[in-house]
Design a protein around this ligand. Structure first.
Ligand code: CP
Length: 300
């Protein structure tokens, strides 16, 4: 049984196969209309989501399959104290594949230890978000035409940002990727995620913006702070506007997993370098590829 709990669960060849499949889905959607007929995806979302849950739902529908699940754990028997493992033992009777988001790090891993269907981690605490990483890789590949030989700056909340943690891990597998970390002291990248070719660790965007091929912005996540005064101190640290972008390469691309709060001003949205809404669209195509391939790889 194959699961996707951490992006490193997949080989580089498997990630490349998913990207190639997503590109084929974009070019030839009719080929894939029915490949998941009679299959069901369960979306078990213990934490709020717009993009991830709805893109999984749209992805399965476009593959000809069906979707069930919950978007609010309070409406399920979780509210009566049912464990993640018991919930999965129940839901696997009704679904062929499960996508789970949970506020607790490691919950999807726990689920995968008892599951007889593939489990996809749709984000667990501040640990990992591997399907966002697949979305990001597809976006970089489509926007700049390659997955090697570029410089990427990660900006904002690098401490709690699970999308950053997963993407840095994935990029360490590709050739000649230079990583620049841009974060206030309070939100620096934890040491366990410092892998790959990190060439600089700075505290302002301005000093590195002209070097970047990709700027990966993140939201400072209020919900991850135990001390709300600390949140107030750093929340406006890093804001991108059109004035700052004057020093950036015309070919640079801005990615953001979204939702944003105020870290990218709305005036930037119409700049061709703003790729974050195109990135959302890529999320559906890569999740189509993932559901299709993970079922095949698991003989389901
Ligand atoms: N990028 C992302 O995970 O968005 P949602 O929280 O809306 O799913």
């Amino acid at each position: 049984m194959r699961h996707l709990i951490d992006i490193m669960d997949f080989t580089t060849a498997e990630i490349d196969e998913l990207i190639t499949t997503a590109l084929d889905i974009i070019e030839n959607p009719d080929k894939y209309r029915d490949v998941c007929r009679n299959k069901k995806l369960a979306t078990l979302f213990y934490e709020p989501s717009t993009r991830t849950r709805l893109s999984f739902t749209a992805a399965m529908m476009e593959l000809g399959g069906q979707v069930l699940g919950f978007s609010d754990a309070k409406s399920s028997s979780v509210s009566k104290g049912e464990s993640v493992q018991d919930t999965v033992r129940v839901v696997e009777n009704f679904a062929d594949i499960i996508a789970m988001r949970h506020h607790t790090e490691g919950a999807p891993l726990e689920a995968s230890q008892v599951a007889h269907v593939p489990i996809i981690n749709a984000g667990d605490g501040s640990h990992a978000h591997p399907t966002q990483t697949l979305t990001d890789l597809l976006t970089i590949s489509r926007e700049i035409g390659r997955l090697n030989n570029f410089t990427i700056g990660f900006c904002g909340d690098l401490k709690f940002g699970r999308t950053v943690h997963s993407l840095i891990q994935a990029l360490s597998r590709y050739e000649n990727i230079k990583v620049i970390l841009i974060a206030p002291n309070e939100l620096k990248l934890p040491s366990q995620y410092k892998i790959g070719n990190i060439i600089k660790d700075v505290e302002t965007i301005e000093e590195v913006l002209p070097e970047l091929d990709v700027l990966y912005m993140t939201r400072v996540q209020q919900e991850r702070f135990l001390d709300q005064d600390e949140f107030e101190k750093v929340k406006d640290s890093f804001v991108i506007n059109l004035h700052k972008l004057q020093t950036a390469k015309p070919t640079m691309r801005i990615l953001h997993p979204l939702p944003r709060v105020n870290e990218i001003l709305a005036e930037v949205d119409s700049d061709p370098r703003a790729a974050y809404f195109r990135q959302v669209g890529n999320g559906k195509f890569i999740r189509m590829a993932l559901i299709y391939k993970l079922l095949l790889w698991s003989n389901k």
